[in-house]
Design a protein around this ligand. Structure first.
Ligand code: SAH
Length: 531
């Protein structure tokens, strides 16, 4: 750098360079085998910043919720030879096109992108096009199937080598790329991907080339997912077992002595609620605790939101109040949805929490109080009883006569609090900051599942979950409800919920002694063990 120059050379270049650099980049990310917890930390970081995501059939739908809502979602399809939504060429084109236009494009693939995932081919195309990329490995399904079927893929006593083999190739074809004579006896554990259709000829070929017909074999479908299914046999029996159990792709075949260890290690499928399909109707935050605990016990949870949150039709009323926040002595928050919506709009208007500097803040309960803290506010009033009535009572104990109170809340909500505050002489302003809508399409799905008996248990954690559920499935009367629920167990958190269930003509099958979520899950697990 010449003396006297004030800028370092790299900055100089930036200032003089007129061509805008293309920041577009492709991220080839392994999604893992299906359980969303099995993506890598790096993979998740990338997903959260995606502008475009191109995902495959096996890439775990559950991961998509981490992608920003305004991203472009492209389903690339590819379902074991059946229906290809897009050809490989089209996928390559879409990928290149989006990266060229400057986007952060995530190519999300099931398992590991480099293991039978065509990840290599897609990266070759990117290199050809001169575009930048990063690749993130994933937990391959062989590894997951072994772990979740209780089969250590290698073990010092049994095997010291393992091979991943494609079962897509018909072993009978003349020019096989697989050295059957060598792998049959030369490798300890053999894992076949995409091999269900050809299982008969794969096993026959292994035996023909010297592998003992009594070698244990496990076939694992949907590994690591709550609907995982596995069967075990030997080389000479497994094809028939797979057929009689109607095991379809996607499934992996693990061949080798290590399969014997499943008898000792099979932990995942032995969890008390494994395979149980449990409906959880979600109306508030609590439901996610229930789902997490049920899933930890192995359940396959079917979550149904009875409501979804939307912005109000107009922000005018809130905007109006935001302009004159200084006029209010109190702002009252009765739900976290109201808090998020209120601050979302406040920030959007270029304001921040200082706008509330002269107001006192009331929260209805612990959850709203915690939520306010996250926005940097400590409530001035928190009732002893965390209900609208409790909050009304707390206000009534103070003198609120003549005070201006703002309540940002749902479009439709209970009137208890504003009514009692009004009675106490306060000037109450209610502004809608969100509205509840019933999610479309949900109830048909739930109804069909109940009718087809694709559900084992339905859980209820409050009376309102019962009424919401009944409203949601849209039955005409108790007879229809009883029919839909026949053969399906009903679990209630406690006697109040239980009474609502009975009032609707149904019977409670499971109810814990103590009325908490963990006790409810224990009671469901106990019932499953004994039935
Ligand atoms: N890249 C993927 C494999 C893609 S090939 C990976 O690393 O796992 C597709 C095959 O993978 C399927 O036919 C099936 O054999 C296997 N597979 C993928 N996910 C699976 C899962 N969850 N359970 C069982 N097999 C799975």
């Amino acid at each position: 750098m010449a003396a006297g120059r004030s800028l370092p050379r790299y900055m100089e270049k930036k200032l003089t360079d007129t061509a805008k650099p293309n920041r577009g980049k492709a991220y080839l990310v392994g999604a893992g085998p299906g359980d969303p917890g099995l993506i890598t930390v790096r993979g998740l970081e990338i997903l959260k910043k995606a502008e475009v995501v191109i995902y495959d059939y096996l890439a775990g739908e559950k991961l998509l919720k981490y992608v920003p809502e305004d991203a472009e979602f492209i389903y690339a399809g590819k379902k074991g030879g059946v229906k290809h939504t897009h050809t490989q060429e089209e996928i390559n084109e879409m990928l290149i096109d989006r990266v060229r236009s400057g986007k952060r494009v995530v190519r999300l693939k099931g398992g590991d992108p480099f293991i039978f995932g065509r990840g290599g081919e897609e990266l070759e195309e990117l290199v050809k096009a001169g575009l930048s990329f990063e690749a993130v490995p994933g937990v391959t399904s062989a590894s997951a199937a072994a772990t979740f079927a209780g089969v250590p893929i290698t073990h010092r006593r049994y095997t010291s080598s393992v091979a991943f083999i494609t079962g897509h190739e018909d072993p009978d074809k003349e020019s096989s790329n697989i050295a059957w004579d060598k792998i049959s006896t030369g490798v300890g554990t053999l894992v076949f991907y995409m091999g269900i259709k050809n299982l008969e000829s794969i096993t026959a070929n292994l035996m023909k080339h010297g592998r003992d017909p009594k070698t244990p074999v496990a076939v694992v479908r949907w590994a690591s997912r709550p609907n995982q299914k596995s069967v075990v046999g030997t080389l000479d029996t497994i094809a028939e077992i797979v057929r009689t159990n109607d095991i379809k792709p996607p499934a992996l075949t693990i061949v080798g002595e290590v399969v014997k260890l499943r008898d000792t290690i099979n932990w995942y499928e032995q969890r008390p609620l494994f395979g149980k399909r449990i409906v959880v109707t979600r109306t508030r935050e609590q439901a996610s605790d229930l789902v997490a605990l049920l899933e930890e016990n192995g359940a396959n949870c079917l979550e149904f939101a009875t409501i979804s949150i939307h912005p109000p039709d107009s922000w005018d009323e809130l905007d109006n109040s935001l302009q004159r926040l200084g006029d209010f002595q109190w702002v009252v928050f009765t739900s976290i949805n109201a808090i998020h919506a209120f601050f979302g709009r406040l920030y959007a208007k270029g304001m921040d929490t200082r706008a509330l500097a002269t107001c006192k803040i009331a929260a209805v309960g612990k959850v709203t109080d915690d939520c306010l803290r996250a926005y940097g506010l400590i409530s001035d009033l928190l009732p002893e009883k965390f209900t609208a009535e409790g909050l009304a009572q707390a206000f009534e104990k103070m003198d609120v006569g003549g005070q201006a109170i703002l309540i940002p809340r749902a479009l439709k909500a209970r009137e208890v609090l504003p009514a009692r505050l009004g009675k106490a002489g306060a000037r109450v302003t209610i502004v809608p900051v969100y509205q509840n809508k019933r999610p479309e399409g949900m109830h048909e799905t739930l109804r069909a599942k109940l009718a087809n008996k694709d559900v084992d248990i339905v859980t209820f954690t409050s009376s309102s979950t019962v009424t919401n559920f009944i409203e949601m499935i849209g039955v005409k009367g108790p007879r229809e409800l009883q029919e839909l629920m026949s053969g399906i167990k009903i679990a209630a958190i406690g006697p109040v919920t239980g009474r609502t269930i009975e009032e609707n003509g149904l019977k409670v099958d499971i109810q814990p002694q103590t009325y908490t979520i963990p006790d409810l899950v224990d009671a469901i697990a106990k019932d499953a063990r004994s039935s």
